[in-house]
Design a protein around this ligand. Sequence first.
Ligand code: CA
Length: 230
Amino acid sequence: MARILIVEDEPDLRMSLEEDIRRQGHETTVAEDGARALELGRKGPWDLILLDVMLPKMDGFDVCAALRKSGVTAPVVMLTARTQEAEKVFGLDSGADDYITKPFGLHELRARIRAQLRRGAGPVDRVRRFGDCVVDFDRATLRRAGQPVDITPQELRLLEVLLDAGGRVVSRDHLIEAAWGPGTAITDRAVDTHIFNLRKKIEPLPSDPCYLLSVRGLGYRFGSGTLTDS
Ligand code: CA
């Protein structure tokens, strides 16, 4: 059983999607517009997000890009109205994994869902994206706007722990243990220095961070990349 978020503003289609996906044994949640999709999408966790393109309040491309920016890695399958090439490319550029063109049959829908869920159930893909950054934890690389950026093993570990915490606060002690191992002589100040350096590598504006957020007296957490988080 997978948790699937269905985003579709057309009531009939939304209901038939929900009904069919439930019949396949999955758990469903629905959203009727882009703003709600973004809110629910960020809450997660989801095994799959089915995302209509033309939506009230915010279109599916913007929703998908914003979710990726927030570190949401669930597979996204876009529902596009026509086979317009530009739409598809934009859909994939916004971080979508697949698309289905309307009108589609339920067999095609099921096949696409199965394919994405299989992919998700495989070895965990240790690639995370946010903003214009792509971090590949298996290859220990960071790319920003397509360009490689040097990153130290400690910086990678700090980033990984904060990303995995999904927005929850992580204490400096926990960060030290995760990045340097238990029983190390590393101080809180050293963590702050590494975070400071990391901000210069990933933040649009390092002096006013939107990803590596300090939480006074507690530690750090990974922000969604929007100013409301700071
Ligand atoms: Ca629509």
